[in-house]
Structures are given as C-alpha cells and as structure tokens.
Design a protein around this ligand. Structure first.
Ligand code: AMP
Ligand code: TRP
Length: 338
C-alpha cells in the first residue's frame, strides 16, 4: 500500500493527432470538467506523444490549438486548471529519460497498444512509439498527480505508470516519493465504439469519416452520422441482456445513456421493443443538443489563436512552477550533480 501523503492532483492528456470526437468527450474531457472544482488540475495537449507517429508540422500546430480549444469549449476553466502543451514544459522530457532507465524492456514488451499500432511492421515503428508509455508516466508523475481521468483504453498504460513510480521509490529508497496514480475510468462513456463497427473503438485515425461524431461537426452532420450508424434489423431489446452480441446497438444505447445521465436499463425501458426508426432520431436530437453548442464555442475559440496561445503560455508557466521543483528533487535522488 502506498503511504503517499501529498496533495490530491489530477493530470490528463490528449494527443493533437486529429479531431476531437465523442469518445474523447465522454471518456475524458467531460470528466475533466467534473473534476476541476474538486482537484488541482493539469490538462495537457501531448504533442510529444503525437510525434511518435508522423505528423505534418503545420497540422500539428493547428491540432494543438484545436485540443486546447476543445478543453475550453467543453467547459474547462483555464483560471482553475492549467491547460498547456507538453513540449512547453521541459520537465516532462527530463523525467521521461530517467524513467526510461527505470522501466524494464519486459514491461514495455507487454503493452498491447504498441502491438496493435505497429501490427506486423515493428521494425519500422519509431523508438518513441515504443517508449510512449514511459513518457506518459513522466507526464503524470512530474506533477505527482494522484488521479488520472482517461478512457478504458489507457488502463494498461496507467498500470505501467504505477509500476514505474513504485520501482523508482524502491530502487532509490525514496519511500512514497511518487504517488501510485489512480486511473479514473469508470462511468458511462469509458469506451465508445465506432458508428460503423461496434467492435472497434471510436478513433481519430479511423479512415471512415462516418465512424466518429467530431466535436466540430455541425448539427446536420451529427444527425446524418447518427442516422447512418450501423445497426441491425431487430427492434431494440427490452433488457440489457439483449444487448449481448449486438455491439452496434449496445454502443448507441450506451451513447444515449452517457449523454442523458440515464442507465442502459432506463434507456431500454423507454425504447425497448421499438425500431431504429424511432430510436435514431431521438438519439440524433440528444447528440445535437449536447455536442453542437460545444462545436459552436470551439469554432469561436479557434478563430482567436492569440487567446489560445495566451492560455497555453500561462498554463505552461503554472505547470512548470509545479514540475520543476519535483524534477530538481528527482535529480538529487538519482545522484546528478546540481
Ligand atoms: P487519444 O485520442 O488517444 O489521445 O485519447 C484521449 C483520451 O480520450 C484518453 O483518455 C482516451 O482514453 C480517451 N478516448 C479515446 N478514444 C475513446 C473512446 N472511443 N471511448 C472512450 N474514451 C476514449
Ligand atoms: N496515451 C494517452 C492517449 O492516447 C494520452 C496521454 C499522454 C495521457 N500522456 C497522458 C493520458 C497522461 C493521461 C495522462 O489517450
């Protein structure tokens, strides 16, 4: 058991590698908004993670602003939470190197996300992609963050962060120096699936534009994507058990539940037995009601890059003020000369 006594702190990050979608919103950003009043929060745009796979430099810059604007549009208050881009706080890279020397090859060899991303072409993957979860551990622990709101897909990376923290504390006899960070995953929306295939997660990199509802989609586009979502010919089941083996239907019911604050059971008690001709328009209306206003605010913010730059610069300054003294202590613990 960790006896860590430091303050409760939240950190999370999103890669600027594409447009923000409903999965990012329900799995991550919406939680950020809920946590900001309770915790000291740090929300990062992880541009150094994004370049583990090729990014066009012009797009990378625009997408970094896009993610920052999405945090704001969804309701994160930059006066409370520090919103910043990872590359602007050099402590992340410094700690990542030290953690590269703490983490073991065997641990990284088990990372399923790396295996999924490289497929059979491991030889051609960047070294950065392999050590990606080590940098993620540094993002978290450079602030001694205790809580990390993320979607279900990040569970294994969070376990690795805990392993790195524990091994550092143990190897350097620095008991409870780093907390063992807790993932905050639970809740509806932790795993939103593609609208075209209920067996793969909704992802920025999906080749089909219709797989994702993006926060930037206008009302008509959102409604069209929901109405085109893959389903089957049967009516909705009356009970949750009836969703087994119907991944696309389970996903749409899950989205309705997550956005309406109801359980799957409650959604099915309203729509069970009805066809998709009734359910899809109701779901489209709900998604439009919840997401379109965020899109409007996102567009307004993206039209003001000067303001976004200011938010990022202020956020980075505040983040560095927390991280720098922690890295200084780490360097002393490791034995680097001051
Ligand atoms: P990424 O887009 O991979 O940088 O992910 C940013 C955040 O969104 C992480 O916390 C992910 O776990 C979360 N996330 C990404 N895709 C989904 C999804 N389909 N469902 C739920 N959460 C997701
Ligand atoms: N790996 C995360 C993702 O793809 C992004 C990320 C990078 C992150 N650093 C982090 C998430 C630190 C939480 C905390 O979704």
């Amino acid at each position: 058991m960790s006896g860590y006594q430091g303050p409760m702190r939240v950190l999370s990050g999103i890669q600027p590698s594409g447009g923000m979608h409903l999965g990012n919103y329900l799995g991550a950003i919406r939680k950020f908004v809920d946590l900001q009043n309770e915790y000291d929060c740090h929300f990062c745009v992880v541009d150094m993670h994004a370049i583990t796979v090729w990014q066009d430099p012009v797009k990378l810059r625009a997408q970094t602003f896009h993610i920052a604007a999405s945090y704001l549009a969804a309701g994160v208050d930059p006066k409370g939470a520090a919103i910043f881009h990872q590359s602007a706080v050099r402590a992340h890279a410094e700690l990542a190197w030290i953690f590269n020397c703490v983490a073991r090859l065997g641990w990284l060899d088990r990372m399923t996300q790396f295996k999924d991303k490289v497929g059979k072409d491991k030889e051609r993957a960047s070294v950065g992609l392999y050590t990606y979860p080590v940098l993620q551990a540094a993002d978290i622990l450079v602030y001694k963050a205790t809580h990390v709101p993320v979607g279900e897909d990040q569970k294994q990376h969070l376990e690795l962060s805990r392993d790195i923290a524990a091994k550092f504390n143990h190897d350097f006899k620095a008991e409870d120096f780093f907390p063992l960070p807790e993932p905050l995953i639970k809740g509806p929306g932790a795993r939103i699936m593609s609208l075209r295939d209920g067996t793969v997660k909704m992802s920025k990199s999906d080749p089909s534009q219709n797989a994702c509802v993006f926060l930037s989609d206008d009302k008509d586009t959102i409604a069209r994507k929901i109405k085109k979502a893959k389903t089957d010919a049967e009516p909705l089941p009356d009970k949750v058990e009836g969703l087994a083996d119907r991944p696309e239907v389970a996903n749409l019911v899950g989205i309705y539940a997550a956005l309406s604050g109801k359980s799957d059971t409650e959604v099915l008690s309203s729509f069970g037995g009805q066809g998709f001709g009734a359910f899809k328009p109701a779901l489209a209306d709900l998604v439009v009601e919840k997401i379109a206003p965020i899109g409007d605010e996102l567009r307004r913010l993206e039209a003001d890059p000067g303001f976004l730059q200011q938010v990022l610069t202020d956020g980075a300054e505040r983040a560095a003020a927390t991280a720098d003294p922690i890295v200084k202590q780490v360097k002393e613990i490791v034995g680097f000369v001051a």
